[in-house]
Ligand binder design. Structure first.
Ligand code: ASP
Ligand code: MG
Length: 437
């Protein structure tokens, strides 16, 4: 069985939703995971934001606009009046429900319920569409089997126990549709797997049912060897290992939700990144095999903050790093890069929500210097310790660019440097020229 995930842009217009039909092989058992129609999650998030600041009138206006958008969407999607009517009822129901949140006092839980409507609508519409074309399919609610455990981690065992039987219940139906992104938390409330989480859903399902392959369909032909927004002449990377893909996804290659590599990797399920606009292109296959044995791709991650903690107390002391790390742990702030000298340590973070609080605690350990608006440039590939040359090529390419931090040797797959974001474009281009051309 294959799992196919289609992102918001693959559903962005009725014509595109109709096109999905051609990408699905109705003769094979498949699980179709859908995101919300593109733009919907952003709009719902805005609406929730307005409600949380008591701007209910504005929220109602935005809801009306979104509802109108869906009404014209379904008019284009369905020519059959029976299905058009069904779709109208569906849209009415969801928007009546959404409007109920504009009357009562707003709580934070409600944001997640509001966001979930996007995926619930897109999957129901696609289900109606297949029915209107006489293609047998079943719509499964992800809320019945996608659950977070007490640590907020998806529960794969629960997914296995509760989803596979539902598929097997109807052996004659090949197409099983479900929502990406949405789930229930440990308390049974509606929750989600964070922005872009539909990829993660697909990977979790693929892992739970031991799928033959997980396909992530987007609007670009695979993961590119550099950021196409910053560098011209980038090309798709045909093969990536799970480790390389995880590094790239985390360091800015927006095409894949970073966490989504893990379940597939753990259960050894290959992930294929494909392009709905060019279905025959090879895309990128993520598996245990890498194509190249050296440098595979370059990516960049912006909005990085670097924090340097300097203290003579660090000299020859033990336990100093632990005390630093504990502060970040207390504020649930992940650390990306680390670089140490005997009297100082530099750390980068991506989430600066608790920066001020972290800083004030760090000041008890030493002097603190903070730099913002930095970018991590990450070169991904295979850099075995025994082989020489990769680092020298990278630094030769970057010889004109001031470097704030370097990370090498953390894994055999990643060499990262930290630069000012204003130098990012130049750095990506210089590396591209040196490493790929
Ligand atoms: N619809 C959600 C989002 O926009 C999930 C996804 O698209 O993967 O973040
Ligand atoms: Mg996405």
């Amino acid at each position: 069985m294959k799992v196919l995930k289609f992102g918001g842009t693959s559903l962005g217009t009725p014509a595109r939703m109709i096109m999905l039909n051609e990408l699905i092989n109705v003769d094979q058992k498949q699980i179709i995971v859908l995101s919300a129609v593109s733009g919907t999650t952003n709009s719902l998030l805005e609406i929730a934001g307005l409600l949380s600041t008591n701007k209910n009138e504005e929220a109602v206006n935005k809801l009306n606009n979104l509802e109108n958008y869906y009404h014209s969407f379904i008019h284009e999607l369905f020519s059959d009046p029976i299905y058009l009517k069904k779709a109208k009822l569906l849209i009415d129901e969801h928007f009546t429900y959404l409007r109920s949140f504009t009357i009562d006092l707003f709580t934070n839980n409600e944001e997640r319920i509001i966001l979930a409507q996007g995926e619930l609508i897109s999957t129901a519409l696609f289900h109606f569409y297949l029915q209107s074309k006489n293609i047998p399919s079943i719509l499964h609610s992800a809320l019945d089997f996608m659950k977070l455990d007490e640590n907020g981690e998806p529960d794969i065992e629960y997914l296995k126990l509760n989803f596979l039987p539902k598929i097997n219940e109807n052996p004659s139906v090949n197409i099983h549709i479900t929502q990406g992104f949405i789930c229930r938390n440990f308390f049974g409330q509606i929750d989600n797997l964070k922005r872009g989480g539909s990829d993660y859903t697909a990977s979790l399902i693929g892992a739970a049912i031991s799928a033959e392959e997980i396909q992530i369909w987007t609007d670009i032909d695979g993961m590119h060897n550099n950021d196409p927004r910053e560098v011209s002449g980038t090309s798709p990377v045909p093969f990536l290992t799970f480790d390389e893909a995880a590094e790239l996804a985390y360091f800015g290659a927006k095409i894949l939700h970073p966490q989504s590599v893990l379940p597939a990797q753990k259960y050894g399920i290959p992930v294929r990144l494909l392009n709905t606009m060019e279905p025959l292109a090879n895309g990128t296959l993520i598996s245990l095999v890498s194509a190249k044995d050296n440098i595979t791709a370059i990516a960049a991650k912006d909005n990085i903050t670097a924090i340097r903690i300097q203290s003579s107390r660090m000299l020859l002391a033990y336990g100093f790093l632990r005390r630093i790390f504990e502060i970040f742990e207390r504020y649930k702030t992940p650390i990306d890069m680390i670089s140490t000298s005997e009297v100082a340590v530099s750390i980068t973070i991506d989430d600066d929500t608790s920066l001020e609080k972290i800083k004030s605690e760090l000041l008890e350990l030493g002097q603190v210097v903070i730099d913002q608006q930095l970018s991590i440039i990450c070169v991904v590939g295979n850099f075995p310790v025994k082989e020489s040359g990769a680092a020298s090529e990278i630094f030769d390419a970057l010889k004109e660019i001031p470097i704030r931090m370097i990370s090498y040797g953390g894994s055999a797959n990643n060499i990262s440097v930290l630069v000012n974001s204003t130098d990012k474009k130049a750095a990506l281009n210089a590396l591209h020229k040196k490493l790929f051309l």
